[in-house]
Design a protein. Structure first.
Length: 254
């Protein structure tokens, strides 16, 4: 047979590669966990995993680290309860979402409903900086995550929007929440890594940038601001962006 002729197993390689890339099944579609053994159960594993991620970030979340947090357990012992690391992430995301209060039904003011949910979600993200990093790695199919989405859709559909439009506007609000959380977490890490956490160190760094801008001579507005930096806090910026989004939605309501 010629050297470049395809062997039967060659045709199977793409299928194997595709199978290897296939995402792990959602934990919600898997069999329920076995009965707890000693002090180990699914709830304890999720609590430990959240503690690890709170301290070390998404990058520090490993099955080994979670097992060490729990005590005398091997990482393999955890898989019996969560099926996979991705399954653990499913459970973590939904447990974090459960910290956000969701009313049973919309209230009389749709803006208050969405604003309250957004602010409460932001508060949760401040406690769990890994959440906006991981939320897009898995479908948001947990019971608390789906209930939160259903509430946002109900609020907007009750104002006359179609479900597709309501889904679009709800996604825009969530992008503002998650995007703000990602940016602020990254900025905080950068300040820590560069020793700029104190106001004095931060202002000194801005002074350096000011000198660079001033030396150009063609950046009057930026140079003036860098000389006397001022403006709203990150929380105030978040509120401003949220209000602008809600104003935009209000303008498009039927």
């Amino acid at each position: 047979m010629p050297k470049d002729s395809a062997q039967p197993e060659d045709f199977a390689q793409p299928e194997k590669a595709a199978e290897a890339k296939r995402p792990a099944p959602l934990v919600w579609t898997q069999p329920p966990p076995p009965p707890r053994q000693r002090a180990l159960g699914r709830e304890e594993i999720v609590v430990a995993a959240i503690a690890v991620a709170d301290e070390s970030g998404a990058a520090g979340l490993t099955m080994k680290a979670v097992a060490a947090r729990l005590g005398p357990y091997s990482p393999m012992a955890l898989y019996r309860y969560v099926h996979s690391k991705e399954g653990l992430v499913d459970l973590m995301l939904d447990a974090a979402a459960a910290e956000v209060p969701v009313p049973t039904e919309p209230g009389s003011d749709w803006r208050v409903d969405l604003r309250t949910l957004a602010v409460d979600t932001r508060g949760m993200i401040k406690r769990h900086g890994w959440y906006p990093v991981l939320i897009h790695t898995r479908p948001p199919a947990g019971p608390h995550l789906m209930r939160r989405t259903e509430f946002m859709l109900s609020v907007l559909v009750d104002r006359g929007l179609t479900v597709p439009d309501a889904m679009t506007y709800a996604a825009l609000v969530d992008r503002h929440i998650l995007g703000s959380g990602l940016q602020e977490a990254q900025e905080a890490r950068t300040l820590r890594s560069q020793g700029l956490e104190s106001p004095e160190a931060f202002l000194a760094a801005i002074a350096t940038v000011h000198d660079l801008a001033a030396a150009r001579g063609d950046l009057p507005h930026l140079t003036g601001w860098l000389a006397r930096p001022s403006g709203p806090t990150v929380d105030e910026q978040f509120d401003l962006g949220l209000d602008m989004l809600l104003d935009g939605i209000a303008a498009r309501l039927p």
